[in-house]
Design a protein around this ligand. Structure first.
Ligand SMILES: [Zn+2]
Length: 70
């Protein structure tokens, strides 16, 4: 066990622990600069990253699911 930040998509270990989180190299933010989570480069460059600036206005974002088990 360690406290290294992990990719929110593929769970890849970033190899180090940095706080506050927004200083981490994998810390991502949306088009408004709002922190969205930790994603590795592979996921950030792919469609696994759900907050890509160029996809920000996609309808799938507006229809974001809340709680599936509600
Ligand atoms: Zn990843």
């Amino acid at each position: 066990m360690n406290d290294n930040q992990r990719c929110s998509s593929c769970n890849e270990d970033s190899g180090y622990d940095i706080r506050p989180l927004n200083y981490h190299a994998w810390a991502r933010s949306d088009a408004y600069g709002v922190y969205t989570g930790v994603y590795c480069d592979d996921c950030y460059e792919s469609d696994k990253y759900p907050y890509r600036k160029d996809y920000y206005y996609d309808e799938s974002y507006a229809g974001e699911r809340m709680d599936d088990d509600y």
